[in-house]
Design a protein around this ligand. Structure first.
Ligand SMILES: C[S@@+](CC[C@H](N)C(=O)[O-])C[C@H]1O[C@@H](n2cnc3c(N)ncnc32)[C@H](O)[C@@H]1O
Length: 335
């Protein structure tokens, strides 16, 4: 039979979420943790995960089919080296929290038609920014699990020789402050984030052994001054896609005013190409912003450059960032 490429593509897209949901269900019931110490038969995995034998068998077989698990000839299931490394809670490379957030976002994404019709999110950001503490911890520490993988590379992307102070606005768990401090020995950082996030960031900074160089404080980026013309670097990492162009300019203006002479604002995030149809990830990130962040959107580099210029920043440089479609824009206070 001739392969119908159109139908093959449609199948891949239409059934794609079955795979995502099998992954999310396996993480949520704890399949990979149940198998962390070695292979087990299905009934034992089911009993450790609180799932009856027959549905457990279906889930485990599907996980084998999508290469999240292996099954031995005697019927025991085991983590693959990748799932052992990435999807068990105790692994130093664990991205379990991040995966749980992606699982959680299935729900608002499921209402995307509503978000499209209304032109606004279907989930209130307050839920993941403090109202639901379990969701908040997964969101903040999950981003840390994800971004820590490339943060060191980003910290080396711009020469920070001579820079003494960096303010990490909406710095989350302090992922990038930690990486910048490790990369640049003269630097001291300040993480500014919402009150509910501060204890999580303090824990991460303490675990990194950097409490002497990283201060964590509560601050609302809608009104905070970030500094008083005494900051060498203001970092806005993965923050501005949460906000409208007007709010971005307002944040960028205060970031610019916080700069000491010769200081720089770094804007890190996912940007659309000028044609707006690539990278594919960012076109979907743009939809995710619609679903999740009131006023938020993905910007093109030209759009963000214009917003930075409107805020009084100049000599804007575009640099590649380590993670896939991400970029780093560097702006200086223009005279
Ligand atoms: C997508 S995360 C990025 C975290 C970190 N900068 C990174 O790149 O991994 C967005 C951050 O913005 C923070 N945030 C949201 N609204 C804020 C506000 N009004 N004031 C300060 N921080 C805020 C969130 O708590 C979260 O830490």
């Amino acid at each position: 039979m001739k392969v119908d490429l159109g139908m093959a593509q449609l199948n891949q897209l239409a059934f794609g979420y079955w795979q995502s949901q099998a992954l999310f269900a396996a993480v949520t019931v704890g399949v990979f943790d149940a198998l962390a110490d070695g292979p087990l038969p299905a009934a034992e995995v089911g009993s450790r995960c609180g799932v009856p034998a027959d549905p457990a068998l279906r889930l485990l077989d599907a996980c084998v089919a999508i290469r999240l698990l292996t099954r031995s000839p005697d019927g025991e299931y085991a983590n693959t080296p990748h799932t052992q490394r990435l999807l068990t809670t105790a692994s130093p490379e664990s991205v379990v929290r991040w995966t749980r957030v992606m699982a959680r976002w299935y729900e608002p994404w499921g209402d995307i038609t509503q978000a499209l019709r209304d032109g606004k999110p279907v989930e209130d950001r307050a839920l993941r920014l403090g109202e639901d503490p379990v969701y908040l911890a997964d969101f903040i520490l999950g981003m840390h699990q994800y971004n820590v993988r490339s943060a060191d590379l980003l910290a080396h992307a711009v020469d920070q020789q001579g820079a003494r102070t960096l303010v990490d606005v909406g710095g989350g768990a302090g992922t990038y402050s930690i990486a910048f401090c490790r990369a640049w020995q003269d630097l001291r950082c300040e993480v500014v984030d919402l009150g509910a996030v501060v204890p999580l960031a303090r824990e991460t900074v303490e675990a990194a052994g950097l409490t002497d160089r990283i201060r964590v404080r509560t601050g609302d980026y809608y009104s905070d001054a970030f500094g008083a013309a005494d900051v060498d670097v203001v970092l806005l990492s993965n923050v501005l896609h949460q906000e409208s162009p007007q709010v971005c300019v307002d944040i960028l203006r205060r970031a610019r005013a916080a700069l000491a002479e010769g200081g720089r604002v770094l804007v890190h995030g996912h940007f659309l190409d000028e044609a707006r149809t690539s990278p594919a990830f960012t076109t979907l990130h743009n939809l995710s912003a619609l679903v999740l962040w009131d006023g938020g959107r993905s910007y093109t580099v030209a759009e963000m450059t214009a917003l930075m210029q409107e805020a009084g920043l100049g000599s804007i440089q575009e640099l590649p960032a380590p993670e896939g479609s991400a970029k780093l824009l560097v702006g200086q206070a223009s005279a």
